[in-house]
Ligand binder design. Structure first.
Ligand code: COA
Length: 160
C-alpha cells in the first residue's frame, strides 16, 4: 500500500518514464493521498533494491496502480482504475497482472459491482493486456463515449 516514502519514489519514477508527458508534483500527490478523505489510493510493486525504506527494507519501486471508488446508479459502487504502470525492464513478469488483480480484489471486498478504466487507442500493449484479462472495450461494444470539461471550461460553464 502507499505510504509517504513510496509516494515520493512513485512520483519520481513517474516523472522519469516517457510514456506520459505531464508532470506530477510530489507535494500535490502527497496532499491528495494523505487527506482525511484521500482523493486516490494506490498499490505499489517493489523488488529487492538499494533504497532503504523507513521500515528498514531495501527496495526498489517498479510499478504502481492508482485507484478510487466511484458510483453508478445502475450497479452501485464502482472501482475506478486510474493510473497503472510497470517499469519497462520489469514488464512481462506478471507484475501488472498482480497489481490489477489486487485492485480488483479490493473492489470486490468493498462492494464494487464493476471496475472501470480508460485506455488510449494506440496503446496496443495495454489493450492486449486488458482483453487477455477479460476487459470489455465498451466504446466498441456498447458505443460509450468519454466526455470531459477541463477546469477553464468548467469555470466558464458555471458562470451565469
Ligand atoms: C500494461 C502494463 C502495466 C502491463 O504490465 P506487465 O507487468 O508487463 O504485465 P504482465 O507481465 O502481467 O503481462 C504482460 C503481458 O504483456 C506482454 N509482454 C510480455 N513481455 C513483455 C515486455 N517485455 N514488455 C511489454 N509487454 C510484455 C505479454 O502479452 C504479457 O502477457 P502474457 O502473460 O500472455 O505473456 C505495462 O505494459 C505498462 O506499464 N505499460 C505502460 C503504461 C500503460 O500503458 N499503462 C496502462 C494505461 S491504460
Amino acid at each position: 500500500m502507499l505510504n509517504a516514502y513510496r509516494l515520493d519514489t512513485l512520483s519520481h519514477s513517474n516523472n522519469l518514464h516517457l510514456t506520459y508527458s505531464f508532470q506530477i508534483y510530489v507535494a500535490a500527490l502527497r496532499e491528495d493521498a494523505f487527506r482525511d478523505d484521500p482523493y486516490f489510493r494506490a498499490l505499489v510493486a517493489e523488488v529487492p533494491g538499494t533504497v532503504v525504506t523507513p521500515s528498514g527494507e531495501a527496495a526498489k519501486l517498479v510499478g504502481y496502480a492508482m485507484y478510487y471508488f466511484c458510483y453508478s446508479p445502475f450497479v452501485r459502487r464502482v472501482m475506478y482504475l486510474e493510473d497503472f504502470y510497470v517499469e519497462t525492464s520489469y514488464r512481462g513478469r506478471g507484475i501488472g497482472t498482480s497489481l490489477m488483480k489486487e485492485v480488483a480484489k479490493i473492489g470486490v471486498e468493498n462492494n464494487c459491482n464493476k471496475m472501470q478504466w480508460v485506455c488510449l487507442n494506440w496503446n496496443d500493449v495495454a489493450i492486449k493486456f486488458y482483453k487477455k484479462h477479460g476487459g470489455k472495450d465498451v466504446t466498441v461494444e456498447e458505443n460509450w463515449h468519454l466526455f470531459r470539461m477541463d477546469r477553464e471550461e468548467l469555470i466558464s460553464f458555471t458562470k451565469p
